[in-house]
Write a protein that binds this ligand. Structure first.
Ligand code: FAD
Ligand code: SF4
Ligand code: SF4
Length: 401
């Protein structure tokens, strides 16, 4: 609950800072309307401490009104002419696939949240991955991601509809947005979850902890929504179904003045060097066992013969064999290609968490007991420096046929 005491001197400082246009000056006194989300921005600027926000005791709070599993849908630039300007990122479909299972277990709806300047019909793709509804906010201010604007809109939607679970992609955007929302509404957030399930009606959020040596299970019993981020390529995509999600058009007033960052110029780079490893169908990764940077180069030949990209373990990155953007694993990128070839990689748990959901894993290692063989479909015990050149020749021979 928000109250303005008699100390109010009618200075009006609280009016422009409110992201939701929730403050009106009536009879020279500030009055907050129902659009208030209790964000606290006005409290900070009041020179006479006239504004008080009282929050309910979370332990005894009644969460029965909170229903629905929400997935924040991140849009990315389409690189194909003739297609809509922005497309749904694959991680959004992955989160919907996982969200559907959670919603079914809870007996609640699965809802997507889309913030855009123009909806070309996202509800078809969103419905195909199981969502019942799309909360759609269409506004010219949403053409470009902006932390202040997007977090403000999400907070307003959460306060309006009270979901029980909110999932965000652990992308650059999601990692910026989710914590901002969490602090605005005083709820917890578990970052980089690798597994989600329902336990006694609560979201069980599992993620590696203590350097990846243990899995931590996290519950948020005292706050709603329960919020988590999940990296791309962690959750499996479900088979698309013939369903169109129901669009709920949301009218949210956006205060342009809350933007503290302005985009001056956008450059979209499409060269090969900027290609992202997580989008490659084939990855040939090398580890410390590749011995040196020159020997590592043979992996480029194998990868390009297979139309794929080269990845690396952290040890290989630390040794300078490959750039950090190609590191696969817990502190690198999570990948899920059709084919993952691990060359001279031992299979430490921090590496495995980043590639174990690949369709087919082939491991080459001279140590028959290397843990990488536990996740590999095909294992070759031997010296990478003998085996990889032979593989390159064999692949190139097949291509020529
Ligand atoms: P090693 O473990 O040294 O393995 C080299 C392997 O090469 C051995 O199995 C050996 O048998 C084999 N080999 C040697 N010579 C040959 C040869 N001639 N032919 C065939 N095989 C050969 N690691 C990651 O990869 N990604 C991460 O994101 C990551 N994040 C981390 C985060 C934290 C917080 C911590 C603590 C660690 C992280 N690590 C990560 C590091 C991880 O624990 C391992 O140290 C690392 O994965 C080991 O890399 P590697 O397998 O290349 O090297
Ligand atoms: Fe506006 Fe936030 Fe103050 Fe409510 S708490 S009136 S939303 S600034
Ligand atoms: Fe009143 Fe404080 Fe708002 Fe000024 S900032 S109008 S004193 S509530």
């Amino acid at each position: 609950m928000i109250t303005v005491s008699n100390k109010c001197i009618g200075c009006g400082k609280c009016v422009p800072v409110c992201p939701f246009a929730a403050v009106q000056m009536i009879d020279k006194k500030a009055v907050m309307n129902e659009a208030c989300t209790f964000c606290g921005a006005c409290v900070q600027v009041c020179p006479v401490d006239a504004i008080t926000i009282e929050r309910e005791d979370p332990i005894h709070k009644d969460f029965s009104a909170h229903k629905g599993v929400w997935v924040f849908i991140e849009l990315e630039d389409a690189h194909t002419k003739g297609k809509p300007a922005k497309l749904i990122r694959k991680v959004g479909r992955e989160l919907l696939s996982e969200g559907r299972k959670l919603a079914d277990t809870l007996g609640e709806e699965l809802c997507a949240v889309v913030l855009t300047d123009k909806n070309p019909g996202y509800e078809k793709e969103i419905g195909a991955y199981g969502a019942d509804k799309v909360y759609l906010v269409e506004n010219s201010e949403l053409v470009e991601y902006n932390t202040d604007v997007f977090s403000t809109v999400i907070v307003a939607l959460i306060n309006r509809h009270k979901p029980s679970v909110c999932l965000y992609p652990a992308t650059i955007m999601g990692r910026d947005l989710a914590p901002r929302v969490a602090t605005a509404i005083y709820v917890g957030l578990t970052a980089d979850c690798t597994a989600l399930s329902i336990k006694d009606g609560l979201l069980l959020q599992s993620r590696p902890a203590f350097g990846g040596n243990i899995m931590a299970d996290i519950l948020s019993p005292n706050s709603r929504p329960q919020m988590a981020t999940v990296r791309p390529n962690v959750m499996k995509l479900s088979e698309p179904i013939d369903k169109v999600a129901v669009v709920i058009n949301e009218d949210i007033k956006i205060n342009k003045n809350i933007k503290r960052v302005k985009v001056i110029e956008r450059k979209i780079v499409h060269d090969k060097a900027s290609a992202k490893i997580e989008n490659s169908d084939v990855i040939v990764s090398g580890g410390r066992g590749m011995k040196d940077i020159n020997k590592f180069k043979v992996l480029e030949e194998l990868a390009s013969s297979l139309n794929g990209m080269v990845g690396a373990s952290r040890a290989a990155v630390d040794l300078g064999f490959k750039e950090k953007t190609r590191q696969v694993g817990q502190s690198g990128t999570t990948v899920s290609p059709k084919l993952y070839v691990a060359c001279g990689i031992s299979g430490a748990v921090q590496h495995i968490v980043g590639m174990k959901s690949s369709d087919i894993i082939i491991a080459i290692n001279k140590d028959p007991n290397a843990p990488i063989f536990n996740v590999a479909k095909y294992g070759i015990v031997g010296d990478v420096h003998n085996i990889v050149p032979k593989l390159v020749k064999a692949v190139q021979k097949r291509i020529k046929k």
